[in-house]
Design a protein around this ligand. Structure first.
Ligand SMILES: C[S@@+](CC[C@H](N)C(=O)[O-])C[C@H]1O[C@@H](n2cnc3c(N)ncnc32)[C@H](O)[C@@H]1O
Length: 288
């Protein structure tokens, strides 16, 4: 049996050469992420292991991961997880990879829920991996969290995440807010698909070829799911309930207009992400 005696430094540099030859962006970061996953350590701690020689099985798994990265598969699918609000969220092609921008949406939702006197009912629409629903259920355990998605595959993954995280979330397969009773939710939170169909074809290959199209495609103008979600929210929200949605970075104007024109909702404004882009739209249900 041939013994693989390369240390981590050698593995990382041969991986770097292979990924650079394949034209993969951020090769070094992605490789460190894989190494940290295999070592069971933090990203920065990888440096402390460079002179160590992993077992030949670990070296084989590293090389296999490099092969997948060389096709531009997202590193989160390769290692099967990502961090979201400090939670380990399992990731695979059944659902969109949770993005750091979406943590801002959870922050707004949490602030609203903590400011309420009574336990609230929350509906996370388009739940994907269940990241938003699980984060809210674990951070605000007194809230009752319901989560919907139209994709049975995404819901399967979301249920696994909730089980592993001990998050008390009720999952339902539904088209947006279909089946949710009138005046039953204090907060509707959602990161819906909002990329226009034309733009989907121009997304970077690592997104376009690997993440579910259903999670991205918001129709001809990117606003189809958002528009339907807004009218659904007006129906299901309790008096003074809130709708909080993640939107595309070029959609602030169009979404503000939709919210301003919707009867029974009052547009409260936009919140920016860490890069200063207006990515969260908030509205309030008027009194019933
Ligand atoms: C942008 S992803 C968001 C996933 C997750 N909430 C997140 O923030 O990472 C959108 C999700 O919406 C789901 N979806 C698309 N159309 C839908 C519909 N009409 N009703 C319910 N879910 C839908 C997709 O399956 C996908 O999981």
């Amino acid at each position: 049996m041939q013994v693989d005696a390369r240390n981590w430094k050698a593995l990382l540099s041969s991986g770097q050469v292979r990924l650079e030859q394949a034209g993969i962006e951020e090769a070094g970061n992605k490789l460190r992420w894989v190494a940290a996953h295999l070592l069971g350590c933090g990203l920065l701690d990888v440096l402390g292991h460079l002179s160590e020689t992993p077992s030949s099985e670990t070296a084989r798994r590293f090389d296999h991961a490099v092969g997948r990265l060389a096709t531009d598969e997202p590193v989160q699918y390769v290692i099967g997880e990502t961090d979201f609000m400090g939670l380990r969220i399992r990731c695979d092609p059944r659902a969109l990879i949770p993005r750091p921008e979406t943590e801002g949406l959870v922050g707004c939702a949490e602030e609203f829920l903590r400011g309420r006197k009574r336990p609230s009912v929350v509906v996370d629409v388009c739940t994907g991996t269940g990241c938003i629903a699980c984060a809210l259920a674990t951070r605000v355990p007194e809230a009752r969290v319901l989560a919907t998605d139209i994709s049975p595959a995404a819901l399967e993954l979301a249920r696994i995440n909730a089980r592993e995280l001990g998050a008390d979330v009720e999952f339902r397969q539904a088209d947006l807010l279909e089946g949710v009773a009138d005046a039953s939710a204090d907060l509707v939170v959602s990161n819906p698909p909002y990329v226009s169909t034309g733009e989907c074809g121009r997304l970077p290959r690592t997104v376009r070829d690997f993440e579910p199209r259903l999670a991205l495609d918001g129709g001809r103008d990117g606003l189809q799911a958002i528009s339907r979600l807004v009218s659904g929210a007006a129906r299901v929200l309790t008096s003074e309930g809130r709708l909080m949605m993640e939107i595309g970075d070029d959609q602030a104007g169009a979404v503000s207009e939709i919210l301003c024109k919707t009867d029974l909702l009052k547009f409260l404004g936009l919140r920016s992400d860490c890069a200063g882009r207006e990515r969260i739209a908030i509205a309030r249900r008027t009194a019933r």
